[in-house]
Design a protein around this ligand. Structure first.
Ligand code: UDP
Length: 235
């Protein structure tokens, strides 16, 4: 297991968060990619308030978070609480922002190879088209939007892992929603020959333009969820 990073940890509502900035998280991903794959994928989880509550109630979810190589804080209220409680986390490191920052940091001499897993049919492909147009140093080496319920079928999971491994991504972007994405990363970490996997919710939707991000002021208030409900009432 590669769940030990060089970062200090702070335990907040039972979760051991890595104490780091967005810049440090990006550096960690690139350093881990440079080390190459070592026996299992090192996956990143990004708990927000909702997931923190789930962590308190679910033994399974606790195991998924415990298995992560990096745990970053995706929620302004959690950052504020960390300050009040005297164990300050430096800043919010939201999954979607982490992906954008990774892409911004990619260099053309050594393109970043990514695979998109998740979102509704066709959305991951649209995300791929828009990402390669915007970030020439990012290569989308594969996409898969598996049908609902795929996680219950061993053969489908096996094929999916094979498809991902054959594409040789540096980073697997998993957008299956929580807690499915954390469960999937945990359960397949030893088969996934990918240096880093990121459990990042609706990021593929954002990249495809299916869902817009909340304005900064709403994000700072920790009310991005309100924006998502208002702009996508089906949720
Ligand atoms: N999703 C998926 N497969 C599933 C369930 C969800 O690909 O079985 C996708 C869904 O289409 C959306 C993302 O997972 O793109 C969930 O995004 P959300 O923002 O709801 O994630 P959360 O906030 O729950 O982490």
């Amino acid at each position: 297991m590669f769940n030990h990073t060089e970062f200090k940890k702070e335990r907040l509502f039972g979760i051991d968060f890595d104490v780091l900035t967005m810049r440090q998280a990006v550096d960690w991903v690139y350093r881990t990619v440079a080390l190459g794959w070592r026996s299992e994928t090192r996956y990143v989880v990004t708990p927000n308030v909702n997931l923190t509550m789930r962590h308190q109630k679910s033994d399974d979810f606790r195991r998924y978070v415990h298995g992560a190589a990096l745990t970053v804080v995706d929620g302004a209220p959690l950052v504020t609480a960390s300050r009040w409680l005297g164990m300050p986390l430096p800043e919010r490191v939201a999954g979607s922002d982490l992906v954008l920052s990774l892409f911004d940091a990619a260099i053309e001499e050594c393109p970043l190879r990514v695979f998109f897993l998740g979102a509704a049919p066709g959305v991951a492909d649209r995300a791929a088209t828009s990402v390669v147009a915007k970030w020439p140093a990012v290569q989308v080496v594969g996409t898969c939007s598996p049908p609902l319920g795929f996680e219950h079928y061993a053969d489908q999971n096996r094929e999916l892992v094979q498809q991902i491994n054959a594409a040789e991504p540096h980073v697997l972007i998993i957008g299956l929603g929580a807690p499915k994405q954390e469960a999937w990363a945990f359960q397949h970490r030893q088969q996934l020959q990918v240096p880093v996997s990121l459990c990042v919710g609706g990021t593929i939707d954002f990249l495809a333009g299916e869902q817009t991000r909340a304005p900064q002021w709403l994000q700072r208030m920790g009310a991005e969820w309100l924006w998502r409900i208002a702009t996508n009432p089906r949720r």
